[in-house]
Design a protein around this ligand. Structure first.
Ligand SMILES: [Fe+2]
Ligand SMILES: [Fe+2]
Length: 151
């Protein structure tokens, strides 16, 4: 990556500003995702099987877009500043894959039968995913805060 190769100590203030901007974007998106998670949860609690599957699909779509932005824009910016973050970033990217797969399985499950029978399992699965996602978001925000503070 040419951009990374050209980074020098004199570029650090500009990179730090850019990183601060990216950190705000990430936090804003996490807020939107948390709100969408609440909406999805309501659909899972009250909806029929089709509504449950549709709500999960919409949540999965929003999550995938967020993950793509992180992987294509935010994480490369972090890595450009500190290549030592590669392992931490790699772990976050691997979790993106896990979240995606879990949601796909939940969509398939919700689409497969009667809502009343499915609801407890789908709610339990989504609750677990939501808790893991909050932790994931907190780690990302902490990683950005740490990088901005130390650059
Ligand atoms: Fe992420
Ligand atoms: Fe994120």
């Amino acid at each position: 990556m040419l951009f990374v190769a050209r980074v020098s100590s004199s570029d650090q203030p500009g990179l730090r500003l850019r990183l601060a901007h990216e950190a705000r974007r990430i936090a804003t998106q996490h807020g939107y995702l948390d709100a969408l998670e609440s909406t999805t949860l309501r659909a899972l609690e009250r909806g029929d099987a089709r509504e449950m599957a549709d709500a999960l699909r919409a949540f999965a779509g929003a999550l995938d877009s967020h993950f793509a932005l992180e992987e294509q824009v935010h994480f490369p910016a972090l890595h450009g500043l500190d290549a030592g973050l590669a392992a931490e970033i790699g772990a976050l990217v691997a979790e993106h894959g896990d979240f995606h797969q879990t949601l796909e399985a939940l969509v398939a499950h919700a689409a497969a039968g009667a809502a009343d029978r499915l609801r407890p399992e789908v709610l339990a699965g989504f609750g677990k995913l939501a808790a893991a996602l909050r932790q994931h978001e907190e780690r990302e925000e902490a990683l950005f805060a740490r990088s901005i503070a130390t650059r």
